[in-house]
Design a protein around this ligand. Structure first.
Ligand SMILES: CC(C)(COP(=O)(O)OP(=O)(O)OC[C@H]1O[C@@H](n2cnc3c(N)ncnc32)[C@H](O)[C@@H]1OP(=O)(O)O)[C@@H](O)C(=O)NCCC(=O)NCCS
Length: 170
């Protein structure tokens, strides 16, 4: 069954919370989504729907790169989740691909992610590209960046500042 990918609607909120809770086996990411939405930090939130059921979710929120010469706007991909019963069927990949395309169409230039090093490089996220960007969470190989516009990160070096919900949720 093909999943339909579309922007979240108001009536999806409970289902989105449940998808994140189930995929991460805990409340942290589900509550983070609510806090990002409540704080007005969400740039893009897409859901994957299969016969009327929300089975996947991806969120892009605004972050800032603080450099020596000023600040640069960027996006963070986090969190994303697919219900355990629907994983490894390509739904997560479609959420990433369609999400990135929608961000590109809105004129965004780069995205950072702290996530599975075996998953995100297939969409051209690169830990090498993120070497000159400092993450407040560390991350090593899991800290990756992607240019939505080729070369957009050239010459940019600094620390990535996340919105308050990322820094304050327990
Ligand atoms: C990561 C996740 C969103 C991928 O969604 P998906 O629909 O299964 O992804 P796809 O079917 O498009 O791609 C499969 C790839 O996802 C990754 N993946 C799938 N299930 C995974 C799991 N339980 N844990 C970690 N990675 C997983 C693997 O890299 C897999 O590649 P492979 O099949 O070649 O081994 C989904 O597994 C999930 O919700 N995991 C739990 C929450 C999570 O870790 N979110 C991401 C935080 S960075």
């Amino acid at each position: 069954m093909t999943a339909a990918i579309r922007p979240e609607a108001e009536q999806d909120r409970e289902a989105i919370w449940n998808v994140n809770q189930a995929a991460f086996e805990g409340d942290y990411e589900a509550n983070l989504v609510d806090a990002l939405r409540g704080g007005g930090f969400v740039e893009m939130s897409l859901v994957a729907e299969v016969v009327g059921e929300i089975v996947g979710h991806i969120l892009f929120s605004r972050v800032t790169i603080v450099t020596n010469v000023g600040t640069v706007d960027a996006l963070s991909l986090a969190p994303m989740a697919v219900l355990p019963s629907h994983q490894r069927q390509g739904i997560g990949s479609r959420l990433v691909e369609e999400g990135l395309e929608a961000c590109r169409e809105r004129g965004h230039r780069f995205v950072v992610v702290l996530g599975h090093p075996e998953f995100y490089p297939r969409f051209e996220f690169s830990s090498k590209l993120a070497e000159r960007l400092q993450s407040p969470f560390g991350g090593g190989e899991a800290w990756m960046a992607l240019e939505l516009v080729p070369g957009a990160l050239e010459g940019i070096e600094g620390r990535v500042e996340y919105s308050p919900p990322f820094m304050s949720l327990e």
